[in-house]
Design a protein around this ligand. Sequence first.
Ligand code: HEC
Length: 571
Amino acid sequence: MRNRHGLSVAAVVLAGGLAWLTGTRAVAPAGVADANAGSGTATLSGVVEAPKPFKAAKVYIMNVDKNVLFMVYTSGGRYRAANLFPGRYEVTVRKQDLGAETRTIVLTAGAKETLNFSLREQAPQPIRQGEFGLSSRSSGDVKLVSYDELYPREPGRELLEKTCMYCHGRNFFPSKQYHETQWNSFVDLMLNAQSERGAMIPAGTLSQKDRETIVAYLVKHFGPGSPPRGLKADTEFPVDEEALGKAMYVEYYLPLDSKLDASNKQRRTQEPHFDQDGNVWYTDRSIPNRVGRLDPRTGHINDYVLPDPKADPHGLTVDANGHVFWAETVGFHLGRLDPKTGAMTRYPMDSTGQNKGRGHTPVVDSKDNVWFTVIVGDMIGKWDRQTGKATVWKVPTQGAAPYGITLDKNENVWFAEFRRCKVATFDPRTETFTEYPAVTQPCTIRRLGVDSTGTVWYGGFNSGKLGKLDPKTGKIVEYNIPMPFSEPYDVWPDRDDHIWISDGGQGGALIRFDPRTEKFTYYPTPQITDQPKLAITRDGAVWYTPRSSSRAAVGVLYPDAGKIKTLAAYY
Ligand code: HEC
């Protein structure tokens, strides 16, 4: 299991292709000359021919000197990419069923070059997990099959879906080959209120008869001798060529440090956040744990190893002084870095020392207090700027697992109750909670966002729903995200109140939802991945971290690359 909290194993075992990116080319540190949008950069364009019509082929424009990828899509068989850093490039055009073609080119500052491609029809390649660079987190070949083949339609299926799979995802059970005693002992564990995380299956919700049906189903299909399988999700994304023709992704790959990363195959970025100087900060959960800063203008990266290198930092935020705060999952501390001096401090998340738990995501209010969620321990907390002390409050629902957090204009705290499928708010003035159960139950909700009108948006991670809550009336509307097996992770508004959804369920897409037209626009990501958190600039650039991808990065989508004014990131 690669995600201690989310069990979102489903996201990684997916079809698609990015074999060329998974190579073991030595990773050169990014850096070098300054490049602001336009000046000192290069432009590349061209025509892509193919024996049959195609839409929105991906054009990977990889700067091998700086270790930065630019990716655009074709529109009407043409592509164009601007704001490219000077350097040596490997350019690959890739389209499902049409294979890929790679060419190399050197781009100098100010250059406007042309590179044309012609794709040939190819027989579909058998899908092997290793091709996507997943071998470090899973072993051997896993056969990918359809949902109905994986989960035959028998009475146990629906029970398993609503009792277990809403948490564990669709690829968890097929990776196990347990006998009856083992399955039974795990069900006991899931029912046990005394375990560290409390009962996973709420008391009184699983009858003895249903339990037996579930265990029989698990033993029959995921018992000893059953082949390890995964879910095949090979549908193509619905693409809007006109929208995609304007878009550009940029991924800044993190270097593997020869000493720190000696035993790491890859690093693991979790959450992006901007400072006041246009830099993007991130947490890195590979060991030793780090927080880091990317300057998107240059690709320059600075990493800071945490005082406790195994604290497992999750969320991160930056206060008005540019100090960086992160929440530690292990050890119940909030960390703080002053980038000017490099000094790091750790504060207990409960200054009374009475409570223990696992921190998750921090957020700063207008007085530079730091609010945070506590995923194990069912709390939210506040670190007070004046006193330097932290206080926690238990949330009303046991087993809620508070996850994503944000503040509305009145500085009410909003957070997602991950495992109990509720959106909740805390009024700091009255110290009271209000909870809103999602429409589709049971579910998991990872994150939420509040738009400029105060409307709260959330993603039903397992249910594939986009939820909209009006706090004035308490009314909730849920929209179906159009693709099957969707897994909306973060849901975050831009300045124009378009809602951006990061979806790893189908192999990776950022999706823009327009609440006025109720239209979803898909922007398939460069790598197969999930993206646990989004941060959006005032110019509408959508920053993310590709967490389960084969190459760790800090990434950004410019939905309209023609409008890029700066590569710097500002709220
Ligand atoms: C509310 C979410 C949730 C539900 C519902 C749930 N689980 Fe779990 N399950 C977890 C979490 C979280 C863990 C990890 C526990 C830990 O590490 O303390 C886990 C652990 C497990 C494990 C052991 C993981 C491993 O590494 O092998 C198994 C097996 C398992 N669950 C099976 C089930 C089955 C079967 C059901 C339904 C009858 C179920 N779970 C329902 C959240 C859930």
